[in-house]
Design a protein around this ligand. Structure first.
Ligand SMILES: Nc1nc2c(c(=O)[nH]1)N[C@H]1C(S)=C(S)[C@@H](COP(=O)(O)O)O[C@H]1N2
Ligand SMILES: [Mo]
Length: 433
């Protein structure tokens, strides 16, 4: 009896949706349909998988097992896959992080197109038909919310709008796991429909079809296709071209910040894309000395480097360091924000010579501290990084003394290390055996 009443109520609701977007006839684009949605979905499936993997790699490169490098609480559970980040090839982090950031930007138009293509589903009526449908809609909320959250936080960070409550890094990291959980559920539910929708039309034929011959897709069980489509004002190939051209534009205007070469000059959307000049120190600066409050007095003749960890704690002046054996390595700076330099020629003292001098010839870690005591003022390096012959406490770059902004009197440079761990204006190094 009760059931019957409910059933009639539901039917009544189904037949009387509120006006506006809740009525299927409100959505009239003749292009919406399973095939178009599947094309965008397929691009996102591949792209987001690569974003996730490169994001996880970025996290591993951060060396979060070393307490000082990452204060994300409970990272242990989510960091189950961590491994020792290698120092070879030297461009490894340049590549993984360049792909992460560039791909993230390039996918923005695809994400927007995908959301546009399924927007009528947001207004599905009645809002809850069955328990399964409620669960699916909640998972879609996490999916869409998670995608928007990850893209927005990522973009804000690379554009240097640090407006986050707490650390960007923690938010983006947790957000990624929540988003990926929803993503996996979504893919599991929709993979079959995506592949049959992809097979329902021929891509090459679509690309040859002009506006005059553009027809609506046949009605589909998911009801993406409009029941009373308007006349098309753009062809399917037009939409694909628009999205593709937008992605390509974003690529061209940002990729140069990591790829370098001629593209660098037109990396206009990247705040640290372009190069500054031809001088030895004329490559990107992350934070200037003035910005972090490091003064010329602190870095003048009174500056000393303290080495800790052994029986004694020797202090060295810049002259003392210059009197030690000098080594040269060609290494890039590669920032987590996506920009990187081509190889610069760094000269200075080997990290492991300093370990020996400190009385810790077989160090497991070194904790490096800067004159600056902000968030980026310290980092911990791992054994394979300390012992690499190319890991230096650099005193000069490209044949000239380091500029104040690049970390004078001395800065860390380690192959394949995320830029943030190449600490500038080093004051103390504590080696642990
Ligand atoms: N002390 C200190 N070291 C620092 C930073 C900082 O803000 N303070 N920024 C780091 C980051 S995020 C990067 S990408 C590199 C950039 O080095 P560069 O400015 O010499 O290019 O320096 C790293 N070292
Ligand atoms: Mo950075």
């Amino acid at each position: 009896m009760r059931r019957a009443i409910w059933r009639t109520r539901w039917r009544w609701m189904e037949e009387h949706p509120p006006p506006g977007p809740f009525r299927r006839g409100f959505w009239r684009s003749p292009l919406r349909g399973p095939w178009l949605t599947a094309v965008f979905g397929f691009a996102l499936l591949i792209g987001i998988s690569v974003l996730f993997v490169t994001g996880l790699l970025s996290y591993a490169a951060y060396n979060p097992d070393l307490g000082a490098n990452d204060l994300t609480p409970d990272k242990g559970v989510l960091g189950f896959y961590l491994f020792d980040w290698p120092t070879d090839p030297v461009w490894l982090y340049r590549a993984t992080q360049g792909v992460h950031v560039t791909l993230g930007l390039v996918l923005i138009p695809v994400l927007l197109a995908k959301l546009w293509s399924v927007i009528p589903k947001l207004f599905d009526w009645p809002p809850s038909r069955s328990a399964a449908q409620v669960v699916e809609r909640l998972s879609l909320l996490l999916l869409v919310g998670g995608a928007v959250f990850e893209f927005v936080t990522g973009i804000l960070n690379i554009q240097m709008f640090y407006v986050f409550p707490g650390s960007f890094y923690t938010l983006h990291f947790y957000g990624a796991w929540v988003f990926m959980a929803a993503f996996v559920v979504h893919v599991a539910f929709r993979l079959g429909r995506m592949s049959s929708a992809l097979r329902s039309r021929n891509l090459r034929e679509e690309l040859l079809t002009d506006l005059a011959h553009t027809r609506t897709e046949p009605p589909d069980p998911d009801q993406l296709v409009s029941p009373n489509p308007a006349e098309p004002t753009i062809s399917r190939r037009g939409v694909l071209g628009l999205v593709g051209a937008s992605s390509l534009t974003l690529f061209v205007l940002t990729a140069g910040q990591s790829i370098g070469g001629p593209l660098r000059r037109i990396a206009l959307l990247a705040p640290r894309g372009q190069e500054l000049g031809n001088g030895a120190n004329d490559f990107q600066v992350n934070k200037t000395a003035a910005h972090v409050g490091v003064t010329p007095e602190q870095t003048g003749p009174a500056w000393r480097l303290t080495l800790r960890g052994g029986q004694t704690s020797p202090t060295l002046s810049r002259e003392d360091l210059l009197a030690m054996p000098q080594h040269t390595a060609q290494l890039p700076i590669a920032c987590v924000e996506g920009w990187s330099t081509t190889d610069q020629v760094w000269t200075g003292v080997r990290m492991r010579d300093l370990a020996a001098l400190a009385g810790v010839p077989e160090p497991v870690t070194v904790f490096v501290e800067s004159l600056e005591d902000g968030t980026f003022g310290s980092a911990t390096l791992r054994q394979n990084q300390i012992l690499d012959d190319r890991s230096l406490l650099a005193l000069s770059v490209n044949g000239a003394d380091l500029s104040l902004d690049h970390g004078f009197p001395a800065r860390v440079i380690v192959p394949a290390n995320p830029g943030v761990h190449n600490t500038k204006w080093v004051a103390r190094m504590t080696f642990e055996a």
